[in-house]
Ligand binder design. Structure first.
Ligand code: AMP
Length: 469
C-alpha cells in the first residue's frame, strides 16, 4: 500500500488529568479497552515539566510491568491500544505520538481514520515535511506545527479544519489535556471523574474498572480542554449530520459499555429479539457463537421462547503465544478456541447466532463443528445486515472483494457455510433497534453510503505522468 501501509485501524484511547496515580490508572483503563486493539500499546505521562513515554508491541498487561510504570511519573497521562493486521514490527506506528519543536511537547492518541490523510501528507511532503510513521494521525501533528497560530487549541483547530473522516482524539502537553470527537462523532469518547481528577475513555467500561464516575459522552464536534484551572468545553465546528458507527454496537464495543447514549448489551439483546421477529424458526435450542453472539442469542431465545444452551464451549486461555505444532496434529483451526457439547447438540434442531459474517471462515468451521456434534438441522442467523463494504473510519475490515456478502449471493454463502438456512437482520430492523430514523448512524459497511467521501485513487494505467502540460 501507499505511504499509509495500514489504512484500517482499530484503537482505544484513555486519558487522566490531575491524579497522582495517572499512569497506573491509564494502564488499567487500557486494560479494560484491550478488546479495541491488541497489537501495540503506549502510555505518555507528564510530571509538569516533561513528557515520559513507553510504547511497545503486544498486550497491555505484558508491556506495562511495575518497573515500566515507574518510568511514567506525573499527574496526567494518555494511553492508546492499537490493532492492525499488517506489519508485525510496526512499533513506529504505535501511539501516542510524541513530538517536540515549535509547538512544544505534545502527545497525541487517535481512534478513527482520516480519509484525506494521504492527500495532505503528499502536500506536506512536497513542502519538505518528514514523516516518522505511516499513520494518518501524524498529519494532524504536522498541520499543527505549520499553523501560524500561537495557542495550542488554535493550532489544533487549524489542523482539524483540514482533516476529514473519523477521529476521537486525546492530546496532552506538560500541563494540559485535550479530548475531542470529530463533528460526525464516528467513534465514541466519554468523560468521567475520579477523586476530583478528569478521565476520558473510548468506552465507559474503562471507568468501571478504575472506579471512576461516568459523567457523560463528549459530544460530536465538542472539544474538552483540561488544565489546572478546570475543564472547559468548546464547540467550534459548524454542526453537520452526525454519523456514529453502528458497528460499535454490533461488534466492536464491550457489552458493558455505554456508548452513543445506550448500553451495548441491551442493544445487542434487542438485535437478537428483532432477529427472532424477522426469522422465527421451529427449533429445539438456540446456541450463541461465543462470545460475539451471546447477547443477541439471549434476545432471540427470549423472544422466540426457545431455550438457550451453550452448545459451544470456549477455551478462554488461547493467547497469541500459542504455537501450532507441525504436521500430523495440525489443522485444529477453530477447535483450539471452541469445542461442541455433543450431549446438548445430538439430534437437535438448532438456531446458531453470531453478530456478523466477514469472510465466513469462522461461520463455516463452526457450523461444521455443530453438525459433527450431532445437530440435525442448523439455522445460522446473524444479528446484523450483510457486511458488504469496507470501513474507512476505523474498523478493521478486509477489502470489498474479500467480504463474502459483497461477492456472493445469500444462497452461495449458505452453501459455503453448509447451514440449512441463513438469515441476516434487515437494515430496517437494525435501524429500528438503534433508534429509528431520527437517530442517524453510519451504516456504510452495510449500505455503502459513506458519510464522508474518501479520495478515490486513479487506476495506475490512466494516471497521467504530468498534470500541467
Ligand atoms: P469471518 O470468519 O471472517 O466471517 O468472521 C466473523 C467473526 O468475526 C464473527 O464472529 C465476528 O464477531 C467477528 N468480527 C466481525 N467484525 C470483525 C472485525 N472487524 N475484526 C475482528 N473480528 C470481527
Amino acid at each position: 500500500m501507499g505511504p499509509f501501509d495500514k489504512f484500517h485501524e482499530e484503537c482505544g484511547i484513555f486519558g487522566v488529568f490531575n491524579h497522582p496515580e495517572a499512569s497506573n490508572l491509564t494502564y488499567l483503563g487500557l486494560y479494560a479497552l484491550q478488546h479495541r486493539g491488541q497489537e501495540s500499546a503506549g502510555i505518555v505521562s507528564s510530571d509538569g515539566s516533561a513528557l515520559h513515554v513507553h510504547k511497545a508491541m503486544g498486550l497491555v498487561a505484558d508491556i506495562f510491568t511495575e518497573p515500566v510504570l515507574k518510568t511514567l511519573p506525573g499527574f496526567s497521562a494518555i494511553g492508546h491500544v492499537r490493532y492492525s493486521t499488517t506489519g508485525s514490527s510496526q512499533i513506529k506506528n504505535a501511539q501516542p505520538f510524541v513530538v517536540s519543536g515549535g509547538i512544544g511537547n505534545v502527545a497525541i492518541a487517535h481512534n478513527g481514520n482520516l480519509t484525506n490523510a494521504m492527500e495532505i501528507r503528499k502536500e506536506l511532503e512536497s513542502y519538505g515535511s518528514i514523516f516518522q510513521s505511516t499513520m494518518d494521525t501524524e498529519v494532524i501533528i504536522h498541520l499543527m506545527a505549520i499553523s501560524r497560530e500561537r495557542a495550542l487549541l488554535d493550532r489544533l483547530m487549524d489542523a482539524l479544519v483540514r482533516v476529514q473522516g473519523a477521529y476521537s482524539l486525546l492530546l496532552m502537553t506538560e500541563d494540559t489535556m485535550i479530548a475531542l470527537r470529530d463533528p460526525r462523532g464516528f467513534r465514541p469518547l466519554s468523560i468521567g471523574t475520579i477523586d476530583g481528577a478528569t478521565v476520558v475513555a473510548s468506552e465507559s467500561c474503562a471507568f468501571d474498572l478504575i472506579g471512576a464516575v461516568f459523567e457523560r459522552e463528549i459530544e460530536p464536534g465538542e472539544i474538552i480542554y483540561v488544565d489546572k484551572k478546570g475543564v472547559k468545553s468548546y464547540k467550534p465546528f459548524v454542526p453537520v449530520k452526525q454519523s456514529p458507527c453502528v458497528f460499535e454496537f454490533i461488534y466492536f464495543a464491550r457489552p458493558d459499555s455505554i456508548i452513543f447514549g445506550k448500553n451495548v448489551y441491551e442493544i445487542r439483546k434487542e438485535l437478537g429479539r428483532q432477529l427472532a421477529r424477522e426469522y422465527p424458526k421451529e427449533a429445539d435450542i438456540v446456541i450463541p457463537v461465543p462470545d460475539s453472539g451471546m447477547p443477541a442469542a439471549i434476545g432471540y431465545a427470549q423472544e422466540a421462547g426457545i431455550p438457550i444452551e451453550l452448545g459451544l464451549i470456549r477455551n478462554h486461555y488461547v493467547g497469541r503465544t500459542f504455537i501450532e505444532p507441525k504436521q500430523s496434529i495440525r489443522h485444529f483451526g477453530v477447535k483450539i478456541k471452541l469445542n461442541p457439547v455433543r450431549e446438548i447438540l445430538r439430534g437437535k434442531r438448532v438456531v446458531v447466532i453470531d453478530d456478523s459474517i466477514v469472510r465466513a471462515t469462522t461461520g463455516r468451521k463452526i457450523i461444521k463443528m455443530i453438525r459433527n456434534g450431532g445437530a440435525k438441522e442448523i439455522h445460522f442467523l446473524i444479528s446484523s445486515p450483510p457486511t458488504r463494504y469496507p470501513c474507512f473510519y476505523g474498523i478493521d475490515t478486509p477489502t470489498k472483494e474479500e467480504l463474502i456478502a459483497n461477492s456472493h449471493s445469500m444462497e452461495e454463502i449458505r452453501e459455503y457455510i453448509t447451514c440449512d438456512s441463513l438469515g441476516y437482520l434487515s437494515i430496517e430492523g437494525l435501524r429500528h433497534v438503534v433508534g429509528g430514523e431520527q437517530k442517524p448512524y453510519c451504516y456504510a459497511c452495510f449500505d455503502g453510503r459513506y458519510p464522508v467521501e474518501f479520495p478515490v485513487r486513479i487506476p495506475k494505467p490512466q494516471m497521467p505522468l504530468f498534470y500541467n502540460l
